[in-house]
Design a protein around this ligand. Structure first.
Ligand SMILES: NC(=O)C1=CN([C@@H]2O[C@H](COP(=O)(O)OP(=O)(O)OC[C@H]3O[C@@H](n4cnc5c(N)ncnc54)[C@H](O)[C@@H]3O)[C@@H](O)[C@H]2O)C=CC1
Ligand SMILES: O=C([O-])CC(=O)C(=O)O
Length: 313
């Protein structure tokens, strides 16, 4: 018996709840939103796929009734504004910091033992805010961004290689921002063969550039930010926790010296299992990668300083 709450029944939250439900990742999914009726409606819509899809998971929707979220094992936080075309994720900090702050306080009261998965943007900043305010150990506060960015890196590589993405292993670390993420092209491989041995440097650099603006590209096409892959990536992370799969996933976590950084939440390879973040894999970066990581961390730090100016941390 496992229970997952998804806060925010918008595009990403509802997609995440749907993937969790149809794949029976949890036995109960609670979808919560502040907008009257939205979570109830989306939960009902998902439940009406049960006869067709045949799952046993129960999903309910509630409007701001946190008592229904009590004793959740995992809580996914997607509440907050998405960006519009032309905006950066960082521009969302003003509104979303207030939303995430109040949601986390309400969630913790009902589910003091939950593992929190933060999705709301700017995600690295919202993860830091949550870690600093929730009073939870660092293994229980996980930002979701790197798993999604790695899926996009894999997608663009699969297009360039004209192959099925399931043959590819590729990882993105660093911040979840248009200029801060670091697709690790040196380590990306197709069935163990380095992609740099197959693709030209020019093509590989274009794949990296496309990956970095993957979210912005979709925002331009859709008029709001993406939700299918984000919702699925968040659900995948939850699955690794609830099934104790111990998957290696790049996640935004609190660093204490790893990658030469301290007091920051940023994307690094982690092992995700029943205790949340079970390990941080301190991969040896080369000088160029470490320089990119340091620059990324400096940009993430600027946003953490904004939280300090806002007197939220
Ligand atoms: N970390 C990542 O990889 C990704 C992050 N995102 C972020 O996720 C967030 C959600 O995106 P979408 O679902 O597309 O937006 P959306 O606008 O479709 O849904 C957001 C939902 O949050 C709800 N909400 C607002 N304040 C709330 C509160 N105090 N309590 C409960 N619910 C509240 C809204 O009513 C709305 O239904 C955005 O901040 C977006 O930037 C989106 C995609 C990927
Ligand atoms: O692009 C955005 O604003 C939403 C997001 O984080 C993503 O899809 O990667």
């Amino acid at each position: 018996m496992s229970k997952v709450t998804v806060v925010g029944a918008g595009n990403v939250g509802a997609t995440c709840a749907n993937v969790l439900t149809v794949n029976q990742v949890a036995s109960e999914v609670v979808l919560l939103d502040i907008k009257e009726g939205v979570a109830e409606g989306k939960a009902m819509d998902i439940m009406q796929t049960q006869p067709t899809l045949g799952f046993a998971t129960k999903v309910i929707g509630v409007t701001s009734d946190y008592s229904k979220t009590a004793n959740s094992d995992v809580v996914v936080i997607t509440s907050g504004l998405p960006r519009k075309p032309g905006m950066t994720r960082e521009e969302l900090i003003g509104v979303n910091a207030g939303i995430v702050n109040s949601v986390v306080a309400s969630i913790i009261k009902e589910s003091p033992n939950a593992i929190l998965v933060i999705v709301s943007n700017p995600m690295d900043t919202m993860t830091y805010l949550t870690f600093k305010t929730a009073g939870l150990p660092k293994n229980r506060v996980i930002g979701m961004g790197g798993a999604l960015d790695s899926s996009r890196f894999t997608y663009y590589l699969s297009q360039a290689l004209n192959t099925n993405g399931n043959n590819i292993e590729a990882m993105v670390i660093g911040g979840h921002g248009d200029t801060t993420m670091i697709p690790l092209k040196r380590l990306a491989n197709c069935k163990g063969v380095a992609v740099s041995d197959i693709l030209s440097a020019e093509v590989l650099d274009k794949v990296v550039a496309d990956t970095m603006v993957g979210g912005a590209t979709l925002t331009k096409l859709l008029g709001t930010s993406a939700w299918m892959a984000p919702g699925a990536s968040a659900a995948f992370l939850v699955k690794s926790i609830l099934n104790d799969e111990k998957r290696v996933l790049p996640c935004c976590v609190y660093l204490e010296g790893e990658y030469k950084h301290n007091d920051i939440c940023i994307g690094v390879p982690t092992v995700i299992g029943k205790n949340g973040v079970e390990a941080i894999l301190d991969v040896k970066l080369n000088a160029e990668e470490q320089e990119l990581f340091d620059k990324s961390a400096a940009a993430v730090q600027v946003m953490n300083d904004v939280l300090k100016e806002m007197k939220l941390v």
